[in-house]
Design a protein around this ligand. Structure first.
Ligand SMILES: [Fe+2]
Length: 254
């Protein structure tokens, strides 16, 4: 199957814990294309104290990679966003319009699809939380993001310890307008048993809007291929297509 869209991938070199060299980045993209992804969004970390990237640094790093990708038929289309760690600093940047939400490819990508008259379409924005505990006032923060025209796309909810205990802790975030993004590799145990069980439960509850690779190395693409097979086996082809193609396309406004 082709035409998958990956909303979460660390293929830009030397800027976070993703690929270390530009060659590795190109190789990761090549392997994801072979795994069925026709479009891959780079989502390098924005996490003060760990990955001190701001929007400008990420835009420059993306631009530095792009010449290596042009004219290559064996590579997917690429775009830039970021994985925003929702601490006070990054939250402040987001509400001030200084983050890197997903591009709206429906308005600047040539689509004729228009938002309802007078309405400004909100942009999806990839956010991650601490794995141990949700921050205080997390629902309020999500409401503030929505008010700022951003729809939170929560990265790998299956990896958060509060979700392992009781996944209804996600309800306030969903009520605020967020959607959930599965890291498909959780299904083959990449992050341990608890994450796998949580992912399977959320899949059974049809809680996910989309799925992604969160790949950091070229070799991760092999795990992604195995994980897509596991997803297909569990939910069937139509749901796999929704999670890896239609859901992500919707988040990009396509
Ligand atoms: Fe990530």
């Amino acid at each position: 199957m082709t035409g998958f869209v990956d909303l979460h991938c660390h293929w830009i070199a030397g800027i976070d814990d993703g690929v270390k060299t530009p060659d590795e980045g190109v190789e990761l993209l090549r392997r994801l294309r072979a795994a069925g992804f026709g479009l891959v969004v780079a989502t390098p970390h924005m996490r003060p104290g760990m990955f001190d990237n701001d929007r400008r640094a990420l835009e420059l790093a993306f631009a530095a990679m792009c010449p290596r990708l042009s004219g290559r038929e064996d590579l997917p289309e690429v775009h830039l966003a970021s994985e925003h760690f929702l601490d006070d600093v990054v939250f402040g940047r987001l509400v001030k319009g200084q983050g890197l939400p997903y591009p709206d490819l429906g308005s600047d990508g040539g689509s004729t699809k228009e938002p309802p008259s007078g309405a400004r379409r909100s942009r999806g924005v990839l956010v991650e939380l601490s794995p141990q505990a949700f921050p205080a006032q997390v629902q309020r923060r999500f409401f503030d993001l929505v008010r700022a025209g951003l729809r939170p796309v929560l990265a790998h909810p299956e990896r958060y310890q509060p979700v392992w205990k009781d996944d209804t802790c996600l309800d306030p975030l969903l009520d605020a307008g967020a959607c959930l993004l599965l890291d498909v590799c959780a299904l083959v145990g990449k992050y341990g048993r608890a994450s796998r069980k949580a992912a399977e439960k959320l899949l059974d509850e049809e809680a996910y809007e989309a799925a992604c690779s969160d790949a950091h190395r070229p070799a991760d693409a092999d795990v992604v291929t195995e994980a897509i097979e596991a997803l297909d086996k569990r939910v069937g082809r139509a749901e796999t297509t929704r999670l890896l193609r239609d859901g992500p396309r919707g988040i990009l406004g396509l």
